[in-house]
Design a binder for this molecule. Structure first.
Ligand code: DQQ
Length: 536
């Protein structure tokens, strides 16, 4: 029986079959990008995990290689090779620190290095005979089932390497700090780099410097003036990636989030939809920091097992600090634009309340759309109730079908002709008590599929844009079963997985819509069909 392949993507990274989860060890080496990822070679469900491997010249088209790291070492990883990160050691030598599962099912940290540095594809990897290099013991009080996912290490001005490992003690999440002079002998620091109460297990931490005055990125070991630090946590409890912006105190080797930058569930997220276990790397050639993130399925486990595959990687995103210094900004890497074809531009156009406009003549199921709105009748904004603090809840209470004053307006994507199926990505503008305006961005999946079994949770985020003085922009990357949306030029991102049964391939349509009372002007609208990328 050939399984249903309707939902495979055309320009998102995924293996030909089987289960994929976290991106691992992304890096650039001799001008070639490497992506490793958690992969089950034996099926479409999570299981005995290896590091699968692909390389690319542009982060868009890929060449697959054999798995780079698989269970083989009795003391280190015989029961699984879990997530980890790349560090480029002096002399341009990549090294991978990763979590292994030992015979007692304890989580330990291991090292693997390329066998042959003159092979630009780094096909073969050898493990340190000293593995495991970091392990829970009776004296260090590390929880052996909560000790995983080493970050890219950074070299301090004192010539010592540092790395953090995600962990928890009861409900307190923590980033355990280890130091090493030679990358092989690691000593646990008395103090974690950071911890926070009642956040649960911190998976896949990521810690990196970011420039306060430029979009150019910094090497992970960079410290000094004009630099802030970002700590990202993947919270096992909620399966979301949260980050804070703060200061790295070099003397104490601790990280302190800025005032108002909160760890965990009430803090900032990379993506307010599906996006987990993400990881950045410094692209030393293009001076940018690239973010990879895993997007899982929204269909029940038996259905993805039946289709024979599960999981995609988000389009890699460029990441930098917003002018406000209070949040990050993300934007799909520019090379994805090489897949654009068949451009459609619409002249500036009034979109009256309760109206819709079809964007035709592109492949709506495989498209890139950029639209900007200017608000004309700001007085029509509804009053914001101060109790509306949860954007996701607000988006599901006021979904795309609920007519408002200013908004909902935005895009209907992966829509069937009769609109029985569609996913709505839209804005609503509210008037707050301080006379300011609040912009809500939503991705409403509630009508995305006639299949009753899929998860159709609506997602939402508040967008730090002033709708009176700025345009409201929205970009959506649509690829069969995935919609990645970027609001306010990357100030809020929402990724959704959807499984239309009617709006498939050539039967999918794309619309701009305004379901509010007030008119808005579409000040810019460009859309493209997207070509298929070479992925495997
Ligand atoms: N996935 C890996 C772990 C990590 C989790 C196992 C996050 O290392 O904590 O596949 O998705």
């Amino acid at each position: 029986t050939s399984p249903n392949q309707t939902y495979r993507t055309s320009y998102h990274f995924q293996p030909p079959k089987n289960w994929m989860n976290d991106p691992n060890g992304p890096m650039i080496y001799k001008g070639i990008y490497h992506l490793f990822y958690q992969y089950n070679p034996n099926g479409a469900d999570w299981g005995s995990i290896v590091w699968a491997h692909s390389t690319s010249l542009d982060l868009v088209n890929w060449t697959p290689h054999p798995p780079a790291i698989s269970p083989s070492q009795q003391a280190g990883d015989i029961n699984g090779c879990w997530s980890g990160s790349a560090t480029i050691l002096p002399g341009d030598k990549p090294a991978m620190l990763y979590t292994g599962i030992n015979p007692q099912s304890h989580q330990v940290q291991n090292l693997a290095v390329p066998k042959n540095l003159s092979d630009p594809f780094l096909i073969e990897w050898v493990k340190s005979p000293k593995n495991p290099l970091m392990a829970p013991t009776t004296s260090n009080k590390i929880n052996s089932s909560s000790f995983r996912d080493p970050t890219t290490a950074w070299l301090g001005p004192d010539g010592t390497w540092r790395v953090i490992i995600g962990s928890k003690i009861n409900r307190q999440g923590l980033a355990i700090l280890y130091k090493s002079k030679d990358f092989v002998h690691w000593i646990q620091s008395q103090q974690p780099l950071h911890f926070a109460d009642d956040t649960g297990m911190w998976e896949c931490p990521d810690f990196f410097p970011i420039s306060t005055n430029s979009q150019n990125a910094l090497d992970t070991s960079m410290v000094g003036s004009g630099i802030k630090h970002v700590l990202k946590l993947s919270l096992d409890d909620t399966k979301h990636d949260y980050y804070t912006i703060g200061t790295y105190n070099l003397n104490k080797d601790i990280y302190i989030p800025d005032k108002g930058s909160v760890d965990g569930d009430s803090g900032l997220r990379y993506d307010y939809g599906k996006f987990y276990a993400s990881k950045t790397f410094f692209d030393s050639v293009k001076q940018r920091r690239i973010l990879w993130g895993w997007i899982n399925e929204s269909m029940p486990q038996p259905e993805y097992i039946k289709q024979g595959w599960s999981g995609v990687q988000a389009i890699p995103r460029n990441i930098w600090l917003d002018k406000s210094r209070k949040q990050l900004v993300q934007w799909p890497i520019s090379a994805i634009e090489t897949l654009r074809t068949n451009q459609v531009d619409l002249p500036s156009k009034l979109l009256k309340g309760r109206s819709m406009l079809e964007i035709s003549s592109i492949t709506a199921a495989q498209a890139d759309v950029e639209i900007s709105f200017s608000v004309l009748e700001i007085e029509k904004a509804e009053v914001m109730d101060p109790s509306w603090t949860n954007p996701q809840l607000l988006c599901s209470q006021k979904d795309a079908s609920i007519k408002g004053g200013l908004g909902p307006f935005g895009l209907k994507v992966l829509a069937s002709k009769d609109l029985k199926e569609h996913t709505s990505v839209f804005f609503r503008i509210f008037k707050a008590q301080n006379n300011k305006h609040v912009v809500l961005m939503c991705s409403d999946q509630s009508r995305s599929s006639l299949n009753q079994n899929t998860d159709k949770t609506t997602y939402g985020a508040f967008l730090e844009v002033d709708p009176i003085h700025e345009q409201l922009s929205l970009r959506s990357l649509i690829d069969q079963s995935i919609v990645e949306s970027f609001g306010g030029e990357g100030k809020a991102c929402i990724t959704a997985r959807v499984y239309p049964t009617l709006a498939i391939g050539g039967k999918a349509h794309l619309y701009a819509f305004n379901n509010g009372r007030g008119s808005v002007r579409i000040s810019k609208l460009s859309a493209w069909s997207m070509k298929r990328a070479h992925i495997y």
